[in-house]
Design a protein around this ligand. Structure first.
Ligand SMILES: [Zn+2]
Length: 465
């Protein structure tokens, strides 16, 4: 039985979607005003694995993610660079997608841009005003928080305390400091930096929280199965979403399972743009094997913080190599009679871990136990071809779930010219011409392959993309 930790009830619960095997899942997307950092990417890797696992378990997942392509941050970035506002999200969302591709983040069914849903947003705001949950002032519209009794429930806040402790945006239009904006009257006369749309309240643009509920209602209706996002979004963002959608529809709960991820930390502090202690996703994939970063994220529980360090990344690079070497060895096993080795128990344990609130570290532990056991048999020449094949089938199943290619498929098709250079290099090595050997190695790398020296000669491995 699949269980999921639900932040709404603060309990691990049996996962029972509203419509049998159909899962409607929404995750808060990026605001593309600069480069996404690896803290942002951890979240998307976590949900990518969750979506992949649900699909592997036979669920039909519609994974929706919004793109906040209109926001104060975008207006400010456009002003600073003196370019049209649209260029900012275009540039950074394109970069984000390129990074996601390298990290095999492929689980999202639909990316929905906020600016494509302005009519839906206006409709939801209008409903909230009609029902008495929102008010207009000087062309802006606000949600009146005191009208919604459950405000603060998800994050465990209480309005009285909140009033004193939270830094709130000062806005004289608000009846109460904790009311939040649904529609923002335009402030700039310059359309180049600040986009605006016609509305019943004059020209303006949507607030951040309302785009999510307008988009999710458009695709899923007023109630759906799973909402994800970084834990730091619980308040005020997710509280605001609940207030908006439950007030607009009168139906509870808006979302059945709230799922939140842990942050990336550096030396104990949260990785963030404001602290300046971040590594961008682009830097990560340019400097390291993207699969190693994916493995690093997958080897921690999604709800736990990830204390990022070079040392942990190096460990992940090493682990990735260990698994790949293991797969390579399995492929080379030929006609050994071998001893009894059965995959069943390991496979069962692996799925039991994943069923337990997507416990990827425990699932990895099972994989490593299997590898140790099988490696012993390989060394003793006791692993049969049949067992090796069974393990490879399982490894491919695991790689589909984690989104990390473990079993290389291109080895058989190494181009002849690459093999020729490698043989030439081997000759240089025999003759002690080390500089020439190194030049040959670089030439092989340029062609996307790595040559490795083994006891019996050398092997050629495709460089991971
Ligand atoms: Zn959101």
């Amino acid at each position: 039985m699949l269980t999921v930790y639900n932040s709404r009830t603060r309990k691990k619960e049996a996962f029972k979607p509203r419509n049998g095997k159909k899962v409607n899942m929404f995750v808060c997307g990026i605001t593309p005003y600069n480069s996404a950092h690896i803290g942002n990417l951890k979240t998307y890797l976590n949900y990518d694995i969750i979506a992949r696992y649900l699909r592997a378990r036979g669920y039909k997942v519609f994974y929706l993610q919004n793109v906040t392509d209109v926001d104060d941050k975008i207006v400010n970035a456009a002003k600073e660079a003196n370019i049209h506002w649209k260029e900012i999200p275009d540039r950074y969302f394109t970069e984000f997608q390129a990074v996601c591709k390298k990290l095999h983040i492929t689980g999202v069914s639909k990316y929905a841009y906020a600016t494509d849903f302005i009519p839906a947003i206006i409709k939801q705001v209008t409903r909230l005003i009609k029902k008495g949950y929102a008010y207009e002032k000087n062309g802006s519209v606000y949600f009146e928080v005191k009208r919604f009794k459950d405000y603060g429930k998800l994050s465990g806040q209480n309005l009285a305390k909140l009033h004193k402790s939270t830094r709130l945006e000062i806005d004289e239009n608000k009846k109460h400091p904790y009311d939040f904006v649904l529609w923002k009257a335009r402030t700039e006369a310059n359309e180049k930096y600040e986009p605006s749309w016609k509305s019943p309240w004059g020209k303006g643009r949507p607030g951040w929280h309302i785009e999510d509920t307008a988009i999710s209602e458009h695709f899923f209706g007023p109630q759906y199965d799973l909402h994800g996002g970084a834990g730091e979004l619980k308040f005020p963002h997710h509280e605001a979403e609940i207030a908006q959608q439950e007030s607009a529809s009168g139906k509870k709960p808006f979302v059945k399972y709230w799922v939140h991820t842990g942050v990336v930390t550096v030396n104990g502090a949260k990785m963030s743009k404001s602290l300046g202690n971040f590594i961008t996703g682009k830097e990560m994939i340019d400097q390291h094997d993207p699969d190693a970063f994916r493995l690093l994220v997958a080897s921690r529980h999604y709800r736990s913080p990830l204390p990022y360090s070079e040392k942990l990344l190096t460990q992940a690079i090493h682990n990735l190599e260990t698994i790949r070497n293991f797969a390579r060895q399995l492929k080379q096993i030929k006609a050994r009679t071998g001893s009894l080795f059965t995959i069943t128990l390991y496979r069962k344990q692996f799925f039991a871990s994943m069923d337990d609130d997507f416990n990827t570290p425990s699932a990895f532990a099972t994989l490593f136990t299997l590898m140790r056991k099988a490696n012993t048999l390989i060394r003793q020449e006791k692993l049969s071809v049949k067992s090796a094949k069974e393990i490879l089938v399982f490894l491919k199943e695991v790689e589909r779930i984690f989104g990390i290619p473990f079993v290389m498929r291109k080895e058989a098709s190494t181009p002849k010219e690459v093999t020729a250079i490698a043989m030439q290099r081997e000759q240089f090595r025999k003759e002690g011409k080390w500089t020439d050997a190194d030049t040959a190695r670089d030439a092989i790398r340029q062609k996307g392959y790595e040559v490795r020296d083994t006891k019996g000669g050398f092997e050629i491995i495709p460089l991971s993309k």
